[in-house]
Design a protein around this ligand. Structure first.
Ligand SMILES: Nc1ncnc2c1ncn2[C@@H]1O[C@H](COP(=O)(O)OP(=O)(O)OP(=O)(O)O)[C@@H](O)[C@H]1O
Ligand SMILES: [Mg+2]
Length: 285
């Protein structure tokens, strides 16, 4: 579902890319501009602005209840904002129907959820293969892809284990295998994962050794080209990532990727290049 990009907008975006200087700035994968989310009288997000560019890996930190999971769910198009603009991989999500959103999600995004529960009695291979249940991929191919993903996370020897026969770290790796299945198209498979991986406390319930294995996997996906966003309470993990975004009371309090905090002001610049992703591909990057 590539956007058809009118010639004029292409030229404008090309100019933007040039104006960025000699080194090309990767196109944004996530753009949030003044995003708010309220649940009744609870304000979970209060005007958050964030731009994540292709190939980045960043930590989102902040106190419990500060809005981290809410923001990740919005980035993942699982939830729509109450106010503000959200653009994912160049698509303005308010312009998409729920069905189009589901397609964008299936094509682009992998999730590792905070409270990932593997259904009891379901072997690892099926748990992962079921991630493609609604993708139109035939069953045999789903299982082949699932097996490959499980081997990739080091669980080739646990394909038929049920959740109660897996350690906590192994269960989390099953969740990652399911997340990296993403887009089964040949180009995506050769990239080795989804374009955007969103992980909510992937190491939260693990001992430090299992946590390291999971983080190593996320780093490996990042090196293979996946943009990775990780919510974490672990200061060491946050400090070890190239960028740290701190949330407090539903706002971005600090972003190490931007000089000073932005609180929604950084996003418009990225919005100006709304079609740069398509252009960068066209100009042969
Ligand atoms: N579906 C919901 N209905 C009502 N309130 C909600 C809902 N989801 C989240 N909230 C509230 O929104 C606020 C932000 O929640 P969120 O889950 O984003 O926090 P968090 O930063 O991920 O916290 P934690 O570190 O504990 O996971 C909290 O006050 C929470 O109670
Ligand atoms: Mg949370």
């Amino acid at each position: 579902m590539k956007p058809s990009v009118p010639e004029r907008e292409c030229r404008e975006a090309e100019r933007f890319v040039r104006e960025e200087g000699d080194h090309e700035v990767p196109p944004p994968v996530v753009e949030l501009e003044q995003v708010s989310k309220t649940y009744g009288d609870v304000t979970a997000l209060a005007g958050a602005g964030l731009v994540v560019r292709r190939g980045e890996m960043l930590a989102i930190v902040g106190p419990s209840g500060s809005g981290k999971s809410t923001m990740l769910n919005i980035m993942g198009t699982l939830d729509r904002p109450s106010a503000g603009k959200v653009r994912i991989d160049g698509h303005a999500i308010d312009a998409l129907s729920d069905r189009q959103l589901a397609a964008l999600r299936a094509r682009t995004i992998g999730f590792v959820f905070q409270a990932f529960h593997l259904a009891a009695g379901v072997p690892a291979l099926d748990a992962v293969a079921d991630g493609l249940l609604y993708s139109g991929v035939p069953r045999a191919e789903r299982r082949r892809l699932a097996e490959r993903a499980l081997r990739r996370v080091g669980l080739g020897g646990r394909l038929h284990n049920e959740p109660h026969q897996l350690s906590g770290g192994e269960k989390q790796r099953v969740a990652i295998a399911r997340a990296v299945l993403g887009d089964p198209s040949p180009s995506a498979s050769s990239r080795g994962g989804p374009k955007l991986l969103l992980a909510d406390e992937p190491t939260g319930a693990l001992d430090s050794r299992s946590g390291e294995v999971v983080m190593d996997l996320l780093h490996e996906l990042h090196r293979a080209g996946t943009t990775v966003v990780v919510i974490t309470h672990d200061r060491d993990i946050a400090a070890s990532l190239p960028r740290e975004v701190r949330i407090k009371d539903g706002r971005i309090e600090h972003d190490s990727g931007i000089a000073g905090s932005d609180n929604g002001r950084a996003a418009p610049r990225a919005f100006a290049a709304e079609h740069s992703a398509a252009v960068v591909e066209r100009v042969g990057r």
